[in-house]
Design a protein around this ligand. Sequence first.
Ligand SMILES: Cc1cc2nc3c(=O)[nH]c(=O)nc-3n(C[C@H](O)[C@H](O)[C@H](O)COP(=O)(O)O)c2cc1C
Length: 339
Amino acid sequence: METNPDLLYLAPFQGITDYIFRSAFATHFGGLDAVFTPYLANSPGGKVNPRKLRDFLPQNNEAIKTIPQILSKDAVEMITMANEFSEMGYKVMNWNLGCPFPQVAKKMRGSGLLPHPDFIKKIMDEVIPAISIGLSVKTRVGYHEPDEIFKLMEVLNQYPIDEIIIHPRTGVQLYRGFAQPDDFEACIHRTSFPLAYNGDIFTPENFNSLKSRFPNIKRWMIGRGALRNPFLPYAIKYNSLLPEKERRTALENFSFGILEDSLARKQEITHILDHQKALWQYLSYTFDDRTSAFRRIRKVSTIEAFRPLLRGIIRNDALAGFIALTDTDPMNGIEVVEG
Ligand SMILES: Cc1cc2nc3c(=O)[nH]c(=O)nc-3n(C[C@H](O)[C@H](O)[C@H](O)COP(=O)(O)O)c2cc1C
């Protein structure tokens, strides 16, 4: 089978892509080269809460290469986190400079740091000499304006950076409108570090058109497109789609794998159902009548009712193809509120 040699990454989603999700995805859908964890944050005083580390434990991340992510503006905190990850055997950690959500950005974290390249430099001066693992960066192109990234690039170029993943939207844009390949292009000649493209890859055609525009880019991060239709990474990697029966089996094994694994780990039932609903906000796009699938799932309040409903939808509802993002897509900025 023809294999695309480019690296495909699964984007992190706080509240959705925990280790149970990531392992199940890699096992049942494939097509990915690596996954990024949702960010680790708020570890003041040089200590990480051990409960928060569960998502990163090597034994929970054996299914696929995993890169741990952090959200911070505090050098001491970043060094503490890097030490934890280094002890766990990780070789690289990823710094989130992209999170746009106001409660994060207003505190000068995530994309809220982008208007402050001098402050980023101060952090780097402290962090880089003190950590024994590599640092990569995931960023938007700016907080207010898409050219803020140029100053960031000038700063990052002064340090050894493992890779830079760019989502060409601004922070204030949240998820409105579309990712702007022009703004990504403007970054390409500004650094010699490997760049990865992240944004609005929802169909193999979306990927192919970006690849033909940026033939030298070899790393691609896929977020909502993979959550909405988890056969997307495989379709891009192998230029093929499993037969419908096998796709339904993969969906069933994936969904029930997550459900039963969460139950086995004694997570609270309300948490499990909330997590499933968050996940199905995306996964419902795998089905032709996504509104109907999501409406039925949203109503459920017990595991006993959830199991047969889930099985019925996966076995009987008509499957959809890959659906590109449109102006009127409810995911275009409106529905997605947390993170
Ligand atoms: C609910 C939600 C949670 C997210 N959590 C994170 C996160 O923890 N870390 C991060 O770097 N990006 C996070 N993102 C951003 C995605 O990883 C990704 O960069 C973004 O969706 C753009 O890629 P896409 O167009 O392929 O979806 C989150 C996005 C959403 C909608």
